[in-house]
Design a protein around this ligand. Structure first.
Ligand code: MRU
Length: 365
């Protein structure tokens, strides 16, 4: 199965890949200085890579977790399917506990569990042959999820490109690009698609304190693709909007409640309010797997609280007085009233979001 990354014309990197040796990840902690790949040989290593942000971004976390499950089952020495099923639960639990906010993680684990059950029910032959068949099916499913994720991002890109003016500046936050997905990206997928259609766009990339996904990752992948990008610190966004230098804002999402409330990287909410104040469209680009239909509103979304050290230090150098308390919620929730549209692979949803999103699910094959 082809798992090449089709991020853009000049893209030579990949975010995540299945190989015989294990799950190969571009180590995003080292970007932009170093482009190095890490091979996770056990599901525990995959879980640690997600927790440590070797790989990040909701869809990329989902695909990586699915490959983690496939790897754990591949490495299992279980002699019976019953034993393998018990191991699957342990593997899933370990992966689930890595990061709480991106719903693509439980979504991917659920899909792998369903694949396991289907495969187990269909397997024939000796117990060893059945285990072999289940292993193969789980590996194929994880690889399929990567291929699908890229195609979904391309569809999001096509659906969103129509919202972009012939020329202008798009402001984005964090990294919702090829690095955050199987390839191509969600928010940056829309940018890539607009560029492919001949539109003359330029991106303002918010630096995205404290983890600097905008500076380290968005600027890196757009520059690699030859898409014009200017890096700004987060507190400059309002200034450029007020000066009329921004035509729209596009961000990704980690979890979207069924009413359209959006959890995304910390700082997204401030941008949405600023966009409203300045009369600018605020778009969210995300696959349907990011929509949590069990969550009525954003109030119930669990927000990951990361180490305060990521706020008080920059790459090991202290930037605050020793001992000063700091907080680090990694995400915030933007109420749906600030969201102009949600761009999915099925189309563009607008208020009322509950109905619009439901329609996309009911048209799902
Ligand atoms: O903490 P991160 O880097 O995993 O956060 C990523 C984001 O907030 C992205 O905007 C989101 O996952 C969408 S990625 C297509």
């Amino acid at each position: 199965m082809g798992t090449e990354n089709r991020a853009g014309a000049n893209t030579t990197f990949f975010t995540v890949k299945w190989e015989e040796a294990g799950v190969v990840l571009l180590d995003q902690r080292k970007l932009p200085q170093e482009e190095t790949y890490l091979t996770c040989k056990t599901y525990g290593e995959v879980a640690e890579a997600i927790r440590a942000m070797v790989v990040r971004g909701a869809p990329a976390i989902g695909v990586t977790a699915a490959m983690g499950v496939a790897l754990g089952i591949k490495n299992s020495t279980a002699g019976e399917l019953k034993e393998l099923a018990a191991e699957l639960d342990v593997i899933s639990k370990t992966l689930l506990e890595t990061r709480p906010t991106a719903v693509n993680l439980p979504w991917a684990l659920k899909r792998m569990k369903e694949t396991f059950e289907r495969s187990r029910a269909a397997a024939t032959g000796t117990e060893a042959e059945k285990i072999q068949a289940v292993r193969r099916d789980l590996t194929e499913e994880a690889e399929r999820m990567l291929v699908e994720d890229i195609a979904i991002c391309e569809a999001i890109g096509r659906n969103g490109a129509g919202l972009i003016e012939e020329s202008g500046n798009i402001l984005t936050h964090c990294n919702a690009g090829a690095l955050a997905t199987g390839g191509y990206g969600t928010a940056l997928g829309v940018v890539r698609s607009a560029v492919a259609q001949g539109k003359s766009v330029h991106v303002f990339a918010d630096e995205t304190r404290p983890f600097l996904q905008g500076a380290r990752l968005t600027a890196w992948e757009l520059q690699k693709d030859g898409i014009p990008v200017t890096l700004i610190t987060d507190n400059m966004a309002g200034h450029f909007m007020h000066q009329g230098q921004v035509q729209c804002v596009i961000v990704g999402a980690d979890r979207i409640a069924s009413n359209g409330d959006v959890a995304n990287k910390i700082g997204t909410y401030s941008l949405a309010v600023l966009a409203r104040e300045n009369g600018l469209p605020f778009y969210v680009a995300a696959p349907l797997s990011t929509i949590d239909r069990d969550m009525p509103s954003g109030e119930q979304i669990s927000i990951e609280e990361r180490s305060p050290g990521e706020v008080t230090e920059l790459r090991g150098i202290s930037i605050a007085p020793a001992g000063v308390p700091a907080r680090h919620p990694a995400f915030d929730v933007t109420p749906h009233r600030y969201v102009t549209a949600i761009i999915t692979e099925r189309g563009v949803a607008r208020e009322p979001f509950t109905e619009a999103l439901n329609q996309f699910f009911s048209s799902e094959k």
